[in-house]
Design a protein around this ligand. Structure first.
Ligand code: PAF
Length: 281
C-alpha cells in the first residue's frame, strides 16, 4: 500500500490501474473507525483497486468550528488501511488541494435543501463538501464512491450533485455502524467526556424508540418528534426532524420512505461537541 501526497503522483498510479481495473474511492477526513472500515470493505469487495482519501478539508469548516482540533492520525489510519487491503491512501496537504482557499472555484449546491438541518447551522459547509468531493472525483475518477448513511444530508447532496453535474460515478451508500450501546460511530465521539458519552446515548434511544412506535402503527410525524424530544429533554437539540427520504422534505404522515434525523450539541470544558444521527422509519 502506498501513501501518496501529490495529485501528480496519484494520477500516474491511477493511469496504470485504470487500464484494466475498476476503482473504488472512499473519501474520509481520517481518524478512521469501524464505520470507515465498513466503507473500505465494501470498496475492496466491489472494485479491483481502492483509494482512501484522508484529507481534513478546511473549506467545509466554519470559522468557529473544530478544523484545528480535528483528530489527525495518519499513522494509525495507515495501519487500518493496510490491514483492509487498500491500494493507495491519498493524503494531500491543504495547499496541494487548494491553490487559494478563498479565491477559488467552488461547487455550491443551489437549492433549498442546503439551508435546512446541518446546512442551517453550518453555512457554507455543504459548499465545502461538494467542492472537495468534486475535486476528489476529478482527481481519482473512480467507478464507485462510498459514503456513510450517518451523514444523510451529505449523502443526499452528493447523490444530487452527481446527477446534476453528470459525474459518471456510482454512489454507494453504506449503513450506519453503531457501538454496542447504540451510539453511532463518529470521529467526533473521541471528543466526548465521560458524562456526555453517556448522555449521547439519548440520540439513538430517541431514534430507536420512534422507529419502534412507527412499526407499531403510529404514523403521525408530530407525535413521533414530540416523543423523541421528550427523550432528549434537557439536551441542546439543534434539530429533530422527520423527512421524506427521497425528497428531503418535511412530512406529516410517515411511510416506508421516511427518515428521522437529529443533531444535538454537548457543551463541555474543551468546547461543544455536536453529534448527528438518523434512522430510516
Ligand atoms: O464525510 C466526510 O468525512 C467528509 O465530509 C468528506 C465526504 C470526506 C468530504 O471532506
Amino acid at each position: 500500500m502506498k501513501v501518496i501526497k501529490t495529485i501528480k503522483e496519484l494520477r500516474e498510479i491511477l493511469k496504470e490501474a485504470r487500464k484494466n481495473k475498476t476503482i473504488g474511492l472512499v473519501p474520509t477526513m481520517g481518524a478512521l473507525h469501524l464505520g470507515h472500515a465498513s466503507l473500505i470493505k465494501n470498496s475492496t469487495k466491489e472494485n479491483d483497486f481502492t483509494v482512501v482519501s484522508i484529507f481534513v478539508n478546511p473549506t467545509q469548516f466554519g470559522p468557529n468550528e473544530d478544523y484545528n482540533k480535528y483528530p489527525r492520525t495518519l499513522e494509525a489510519d495507515s495501519k487500518i488501511c493496510e490491514e483492509l487491503d487498500v491500494d493507495v491512501i491519498f493524503s494531500p496537504s491543504p495547499d496541494e488541494m487548494y491553490a487559494d482557499q478563498n479565491e477559488s472555484t467552488f461547487v455550491c449546491p443551489a437549492y433549498s435543501d442546503i439551508n435546512k438541518l446541518c446546512g442551517k447551522s453550518r453555512p457554507g459547509h455543504f459548499d465545502g463538501v461538494a467542492t472537495v468531493v468534486s475535486k476528489l472525483f476529478n482527481i481519482v475518477k473512480p467507478d464507485r464512491a462510498y459514503f456513510g448513511e450517518k451523514d444523510a444530508q451529505q449523502l443526499f447532496i452528493i447523490k444530487k450533485m452527481v446527477r446534476d453535474l453528470n459525474f459518471d460515478i456510482e454512489i454507494v451508500p453504506c449503513p450506519i455502524i453503531r457501538e454496542k450501546d447504540g451510539l453511532a460511530l463518529s470521529s467526533r465521539n473521541t471528543y466526548l467526556n465521560q458524562e456526555n458519552r453517556k448522555r449521547a446515548l439519548k440520540l439513538s434511544k430517541a431514534l430507536f424508540t420512534i422507529k419502534e412506535m412507527s412499526q407499531k402503527g403510529i404514523k403521525n410525524a408530530e407525535q413521533l418528534v414530540d416523543t423523541a424530544l421528550s427523550i432528549l429533554e434537557n439536551e441542546d437539540v439543534e434539530y429533530f426532524e422527520i423527512l421524506d427520504l427521497n425528497k428531503f422534505e418535511k412530512i406529516d404522515t410517515i411511510s416506508n420512505e421516511s427518515i428521522a434525523l437529529c443533531a444535538v450539541k454537548f457543551p463541555q470544558e474543551n468546547g461543544t461537541v455536536r453529534l448527528i444521527d438518523n434512522i430510516k422509519l
